[in-house]
Design a protein around this ligand. Structure first.
Ligand SMILES: [Zn+2]
Length: 66
C-alpha cells in the first residue's frame, strides 16, 4: 500500500510513498525536507527537530512572511 502525502513544509504532493515501511517518514522530492506522518509512527516518541532543520524552517518562514 502506498500513500500520496502533501508535504507540510512546501505543500506539494509526494506520490506513492511507502509510509508503513518508513514509519511515516518521507523526504519531500520538491523541497528536500524530511517529515514524519505520525499516523504511521510505531513509537510514542515525540519527533525532535534537529537544530539545522529549525534553521531551515526559520529561513523558510522569514521568506514566506516577507
Ligand atoms: Zn516539500
Amino acid at each position: 500500500m502506498t500513500y500520496d502525502v502533501a508535504c507540510p513544509i512546501c505543500g506539494r504532493v509526494n506520490r506513492r510513498l511507502y509510509l508503513e515501511e518508513t514509519e511515516g517518514w518521507m523526504e519531500c522530492e520538491y523541497c528536500g525536507n524530511s517529515t514524519q506522518d505520525l499516523r504511521f509512527a510505531k513509537t510514542r516518541k515525540i519527533p525532535v527537530f534537529r537544530m539545522d532543520q529549525l534553521k531551515e524552517l526559520e529561513i523558510w518562514l522569514a521568506a514566506t512572511n516577507a
